[in-house]
Design a protein around this ligand. Sequence first.
Ligand code: GLV
Ligand code: MN
Ligand code: MN
Length: 412
Amino acid sequence: MNNLQARIEEQIDNISKFTATPDQGTTRLTYSKEDKQAREYIKNKMMEYGLQVREDGFGNIFGKLEGTIKDAPSILIGSHFDSVPNGGSFDGPAGVVAGLEVVALFNENNLKPKYPLEVIALIEEEGSRFGGGLMGSRAMTGLLSEEDFKNLIDHNGVSTLEAMKEIGLDSSLSKKRDPETIKAYLELHIEQGPILEAKKIPIGVVETIVGLTQFEITVDGRAGHAGTTPMDHRSDALVTAAQIIAKIPSLAKEEGEGTVATTGKLNVFPNGSNVIPSKTVFTVDIRSGKEKHIQNVIRKLNQLVNFHNKEGIKITVSQQLYMEPKAMNRDIISLLKKSSSTLDIPYCSINSGAGHDAMVLAEVTDVGMLFVPSKGGVSHTPEEWSDSLDIAKAVEILFETVKKLTEVEEYD
Ligand code: GLV
Ligand code: MN
Ligand code: MN
């Protein structure tokens, strides 16, 4: 194992220790104690690598290697550092560590960029605490307004600002980033699917990222005694939710072409075994490479909800996120492929079924993404695993690409 690979392994392993569920995967919710620990680790690494570190008013982290051109826009490279509940070690941190290791290669080779290089570590990509997802990137690009950010609360009613304060973050720091200060964004991520492993190819160059939307649906019914309320006198919020949820997979299947729909979260109130549920809140996540399929599923979901919105039951639908499918930048795709060829590293083109901060940054700058294989194609579970050797290959490709994008001084 060379030094680069060893450093990658060590850092991913170290970050994975900041979890609220030791031995049961990574649970690192935004603005939690584990967020603070991972944040300190990442900031210290950035400083150790000679970067100027700052946070923005949302808690996103930036480590800057200055360029020789004054006030030039930066090449950003990184990913997110939050996790889903009981997730893996690689989803997010692999990309942050890859960014850091590109800087390490600049340092080792005594290279000075003309355009600045910034490693970024973003908050709440998963939406596991405040819902919606892609929050750090949406907030820094202004797609999520400051007002909407402030109004977000977690399931305990704690607001973003209160949660930030709890771990000592300063929400008065600068927030929306001027797109003029960004020249490009690169992100390495694990594939989270089975394609690269099956093909035995270490690198996927991402062509497009699926479009996705997320809803939170609240069903209000009426609480009552489970023993004394006759079956025809009930407005059971859970039974209604279950009827809707059970039909959701067929809405995606009818569309086909890889369209998917998922309910991953369900809360029942008051959640007592002998109480008729008065309220349920559940999520619906819909994705497709083609926007028309997402639109069709949304339309049918609304019809389904309207059908069940009857006497004694009130259903409210709130859209938390809508991102259309996003193509990556053609020039950056070419650069990534050319760099892979130069280094003799096999690659193939691939589409992403997962959402990524890259799709948000693509609204304001030129974006490129690399994938490395996921063992067994699994992710969002503690079993998630990728080979540090593949990540090291990706870092080398990114290094070549970043040298070109930053117009490095000693580079011919
Ligand atoms: C992020 O992992 C997503 O695809 O939701
Ligand atoms: Mn991710
Ligand atoms: Mn994820």
